[in-house]
Design a protein around this ligand. Sequence first.
Ligand code: NAD
Length: 262
Amino acid sequence: MQIKDRVVIITGGANGIGAALARRLILEGAQVVIGDIDKKSGQELINELGQKSSNKVNAIFVFCDVTNFNHLRQLFDTAQTTFGGVDVVCNNIGIGQTGEFYDQTDIDSWIKTIDINLNAVIKGTQLGIQYLKKRGGGVIINTASLAGFHPLESYPIYTTAKYGIVGFTQSLRDLNNTNKIRVNAIAPGFVDTNLVKESRKSSSEIVQLIDKFGYVPMDEVINAFMMAIQDDNLVGDIIMLPKKNTSQIISNSYLESMGLAN
Ligand code: NAD
């Protein structure tokens, strides 16, 4: 798929990886719709993106709390009314684990992590399928994590959500045959964003793992998104970037080789 003139939704796109992705997409000529709860950063990003482009409005911010299905629906509706449809959905939303799982009795905090990190990806995908069908197909990209393959003992709920995203993404391969919708995921190691800065403060495991793995440069992560959008051969695949310069595609093809694929 070509990126120029495509309409791309990014949830959790006002900061970090989502904002870097928006910058790159605008450079490549896409139209971007950012959904986030951080109005200030979202508006600053839109102002910055507007300066980089021609007179045409090609990036908008929509206040969207991904735990609220009406907000999510509004995000897609606004993309449709502003740009005429949706071609790519980046379910990028994710927060560090809220609450301390082992000591606490308050179940609301871990439910919040699952609601934001997993349920919002599923809801965004469901809405995405409805809207992409209207265009005759498209691409959905879910932001998983190295924690979707390598369990974080200090963050079991975050790990659960990211393993969930990996399985969810792999289970949707057939959408490419039925509706020309390719669903893929990106699974980065540590990227220097607010999320990681906060996680470092509360988890010595994270500090040790960053010492071991180092940070993945942001441009490598964004290149992986570009590949997931553009490469028609990527279907239900996960682009994993555990460390700098180590990106690889985790596909279901090993199941085929064992005679276990559908
Ligand atoms: P970030 O903290 O920089 O950005 C997250 C964004 O989500 C923020 O703009 C925040 O305002 C927004 N947000 C939070 N709650 C929200 C809600 N309820 N509704 C809508 N928006 C909300 O984080 P990031 O590092 O850019 O993370 C982006 C994605 O990448 C997440 O899915 C994260 O799990 C994943 N990831 C990050 C790393 C890393 O090392 N940074 C590694 C692997 C995967």
